[in-house]
Design a protein around this ligand. Structure first.
Ligand SMILES: [Zn+2]
Ligand SMILES: [Zn+2]
Length: 110
């Protein structure tokens, strides 16, 4: 691709299947979702710390009681593409993505 897609903040309507992996940072479990952003077509990954809420951003559903293994997780696009005009403290193309929940065995693998 020649020029990156412009930065645009919007929610992508499709739940994506990303690859989840579990690593440890300073002894704390860290879940990482990796995949391709469907909006800008860049590869991206997003790490969630050990206490990351299920709905990271725009948690308007407020359903913390629900088992974490079933709800999809939200993330914004975290790619390294140069998408402009973009607010300073942001990464990615501005897309809000929903990814399928990590497999249960990763959630328990602390
Ligand atoms: Zn991108
Ligand atoms: Zn993107």
């Amino acid at each position: 691709m020649t020029s990156p897609a412009p930065y645009r903040r919007h929610r992508h309507p499709v739940t994506l299947t990303f690859v989840w992996s579990l690593s440890h940072q300073d002894g704390q479990p860290e879940l990482t979702a990796s995949g391709t952003c469907p909006v800008c077509q860049c590869a991206m990954s997003r790490s969630f710390g050990p206490v990351q809420p299920v709905l990271a951003k725009g948690g308007f559903l407020g359903r913390r009681e629900q088992p974490t293994g079933t709800l999809p997780w939200n993330t914004s696009c975290q790619c390294d593409g140069y998408h402009q005009p973009r607010p300073e403290n942001r990464r990615g193309c501005g897309a809000m993505l929903t990814v399928t929940a990590p497999p249960a065995h990763l959630l328990q693998g602390s």
